[in-house]
Design a protein around this ligand. Structure first.
Ligand SMILES: Cc1cc2nc3c(=O)[nH]c(=O)nc-3n(C[C@H](O)[C@H](O)[C@H](O)COP(=O)(O)O)c2cc1C
Length: 406
């Protein structure tokens, strides 16, 4: 049993009112033993078959069944947000029908409509019910929508009939959950991803520094999205006013040199490197030990020297990770981005005209063009930074998969 694939995964198990509900106790127990966090949602009918206490004890969490129980959050949305994957087991003819037709009249059916993760449906019922035209039509519709249906097994049924309709054993249900997660995770699952984000600060003296307008939002969105795809993510972040994304290791730095050192420390350990930080190209050559006094000078000049080129150094690592960089430009964005892609030896550059409305620094949206090493150029519309992150990671996953198939 591929238990390791479930470690740390959040699974919502929806139990509806079929006689096979008792078998799902074994499923919940196996998921918990595999290291998954499990929340059980029961329909009112299911509670006639198995006591809530059994599922609460096995999952280590209260069972959810009441839409109207007073809570500080919106329970059906919170449960759906929690889920990396969900399963209805056993799935009655009734809940299959409700889900297919968008009916949300109890907690279980409402959670189903709020899900944003893969769903496995394990129908179990009398074989005449299973073969009935409405149930077959509903299952066909769900299959077309990408829902994974676990085929019911043939055998002796609790209604004393023999035929198709039995809920398969726990290992079949666990494999279906793993399969659903694999499909969703893509190439980033279990990969080590290193992302830089935010601005750097280059000290002039103990109280002054040189910096830029980067908010870090793009890098943080990338880190959250990579983590949601099952990657182990380290975010080397300049000074920003953002919360660390859940499950991501954040290394806080200030200067370009510190960012470079934090990145270099991870040399050889990374599958995907994304340089989303706005790293200063220059730093003051001398840093005043004390605050520089203005005195009676009308002018003053600072001599600058180059900061280390983080991405170019990552490109020399052995083994070399897939490298994605950003080109934040104010003119001739695509030409500059192409030149940067080649010069730094990157696999993809995200060209970002920071002067475009809704794009660039300190806003929640972005408008970018993805240019990759095999010459594809994709102009994306204005989207949230999280959606841009998803599009960048989709392309990075393709490039990782094609690199590995060579
Ligand atoms: C003893 C008994 C066993 C049942 N077994 C099943 C079953 O295996 N599959 C099924 O689809 N319905 C079964 N039903 C009918 C459902 O419980 C019924 O359709 C109910 O409305 C389902 O509600 P739910 O989908 O909200 O859980 C059974 C009913 C009883 C009384």
């Amino acid at each position: 049993m591929p238990a390791s694939e479930l470690r740390g995964r959040n699974v919502v198990v929806i139990v509806s009112g079929g006689i096979a509900a008792y078998k799902v106790c074994g499923l919940v127990s196996t998921l918990v033993k595999s290291g998954a966090q499990v929340r059980v949602v029961m329909t009112e009918s299911a509670r006639h078959f198995v006591g809530e206490m059994t599922f609460a004890t096995l999952s280590g969490e209260p069972v959810a069944h009441d839409m109207w129980a007073p809570r500080s959050d919106v329970h059906h949305v919170a449960l759906a947000d929690f889920a990396d994957v969900a399963i209805i087991a056993p799935a009655t003819a009734n809940i299959i029908g409700k889900y297919t037709h968008g009916i949300a009249d109890d907690l279980a059916s409402t959670v189903l409509l709020a899900l944003d993760c893969p769903l496995v449906v394990a129908p179990a019922m009398n074989s005449r019910m299973l073969c009935s035209a409405p149930v077959q039509a509903n299952l066909a519709t769900l299959r077309d929508r990408g829902v994974q249906i676990v085929e019911p097994e043939e055998g002796w049924l609790a209604c004393r009939d023999t035929g198709a309709g039995r809920l398969p054993d726990t290992d079949v249900l666990v494999e279906a959950l793993c399969e659903a997660l694999r499909e969703r995770d893509g190439a980033l699952h279990g990969r080590r991803v290193l992302i830089t984000a935010g601005p750097t600060r280059e000290a002039i003296d103990p109280v002054r520094f040189l910096s830029n307008h980067s908010s870090g939002r793009m890098g943080y969105a990338l880190a959250a999205e990579a983590e949601a795809r099952g990657a182990q993510v380290t975010l080397v972040s300049g000074p920003v006013a953002l919360e660390a994304p859940a499950g991501v290791e954040v290394v806080s730095v200030a200067s370009a040199q510190q960012m470079h050192d934090a990145v270099q420390e991870r040399s050889g350990e990374i599958d995907l490197f994304i340089g989303a930080a706005a790293v200063a190209d220059w730093r003051p050559a001398e840093v005043g030990e004390q605050k520089l006094k203005k005195g009676d000078r009308a002018e003053m000049s600072i001599r600058f020297v180059r900061t280390p080129d983080i991405i170019a150094e990552v490109a020399r690592w052995e083994p070399r990770p897939l490298i994605v960089g950003f080109a934040a430009e104010t003119e001739e964005t695509i030409a500059h981005a192409r030149e940067k892609l080649a010069r730094k030896g990157m696999d993809m550059v995200v060209a970002n005209d920071v002067t475009a409305p809704g794009a660039g620094f300190d806003v929640h949206t972005n408008r970018v063009t993805l240019i990759d090493v095999i010459g594809r150029e994709t102009d994306l519309p204005l989207m949230s930074k999280r959606d841009v992150a998803a599009a960048i990671l989709d392309r990075a996953e393709e490039l990782i998969a094609s690199r590995e198939s060579q």
